[in-house]
Design a binder for this molecule. Structure first.
Ligand code: PMV
Length: 342
């Protein structure tokens, strides 16, 4: 039996970092996806292996090791040593462990337990570590795919489980990325209702090709907050106010105001020091053809987004340094999808 699920990448249009401290944020799912396929490899055996294949490598652990941690890592009960697993594989091990526990609690005897080995394969067209939500999309697709083998979950349950899985690598996650990857469309987080009336946004995404580490950037912002409490609280209020105005701009079909707000948001991100010369350079190169632009995601590298008029799109490659990748993003409305193949 095979359970296949896919989830979209995301962009944060407004509110990254501040959302970790309780502000609203506007996010959109975009048309790049990760697909996770989970297959039962051996049935009714207590010697199965969990194997994970991804573009970052292959990882294997025994699934039914009754001993506490020796040389392998058990996912049974709560004996797993997640911290000893390379971070990119941790959410998958966590999810399998959780679902095994849950399945066991539903069967009378563990020996009747019907699952053997599991193989999980991840195929992704989402660039990794550049602010497009690759890790959240993986967690969502994995939660949907793995749970398909055990017990079908609702979207709400998938979201809850994937946030817990993401916390194994990034404990401070706001959950906003996972929310938009689950439901798709554009949302004003913490609501997951899709914002209906979105005008045709021509969003350009440009990748600085500098990988970033979300956890480090969030810790840096925490330090900024500690040292500048009053200003940080003002910035949070400003961000919430800005988002209210963005919603009005969208209702009024006012792309000029929307673009200006993006650039205003970038000023707040500069102030909390998650920008750098490369990102500033890219933003400034695109300024003559865009209505507004900003970092998307954690910053310190990763991607910027720019609102570009249709007839200016072909001017983009000439404005950006040759080593930067760029593409135009369409909003994904499906969110996570899954199916079972017998
Ligand atoms: O760069 P990404 O895709 O990991 O996005 C991080 C967004 C933050 O607001 C910085 C963190 C969060 O959990 O919301």
């Amino acid at each position: 039996m095979k359970s296949i699920a896919s989830a979209p990448a995301k962009i944060i249009l407004f509110g990254e970092h501040f959302v970790v401290h309780g502000t609203k944020a506007i996010l959109a799912a975009i048309d790049k996806r990760v697909t996770v396929t989970s297959t039962v490899t051996e049935t009714r055996t207590l010697t199965g292996t969990l194997k994970i294949n991804s573009q970052l490598g292959t990882f294997e652990i025994p699934m039914y090791d009754k001993e506490p941690y020796k040389e392998g890592i058990s996912v049974e009960g709560h004996e797993w040593c997640l911290s000893m697993i390379k971070s990119e594989f941790r959410p998958f091990v966590y999810l399998v462990g959780k679902m095994l526990d849950d399945a066991r609690s539903r069967t009378s005897s563990p020996l009747n337990f019907q699952y053997g080995g599991l193989e999980i394969t991840i195929d992704s067209d989402i660039p990794i570590g550049v602010g497009l939500g690759s890790s959240s999309a993986c967690c969502i697709a994995a939660a949907a795919s793995i749970s398909g083998l055990f017990k079908e979950l609702s979207s709400e349950e998938i979201l809850k489980m994937s946030i817990e899985a993401e916390k194994t690598i990034f404990p401070d996650t706001s959950g906003a990325d996972c929310a938009v990857c689950t439901y798709g469309g554009m949302i004003e987080y913490p609501s997951v209702e899709k914002i209906g009336n979105t005008f045709d946004l021509n969003l350009l995404i440009a990748n600085s090709m500098i990988p970033h580490n979300t956890k480090n950037s969030v810790e840096k912002v925490n330090k900024f907050k500690e040292n500048n409490e009053e200003r940080f609280s003002q910035l949070c209020d400003l961000e919430n106010g800005l988002i209210d105005k963005v919603i009005v701009a969208m209702k009024n079909n006012d792309s000029t105001a929307f673009g200006l707000k993006m650039s205003e948001n970038q000023k707040y991100l500069e102030e909390i020091q998650v920008s750098n010369d490369t990102l500033r350079g890219m933003i400034s190169s695109l300024s003559e053809i865009s209505l507004g632009s900003k970092i998307t995601g954690a910053g310190d590298g990763g991607c910027i987004i720019a609102l570009v008029k249709d007839d200016n799109m072909d001017k983009v490659p000439a404005l950006l340094p040759k080593d930067k990748e760029c593409f135009s993003a369409k909003i994904d409305t499906k969110g996570v999808v899954w199916k079972i193949e017998k």
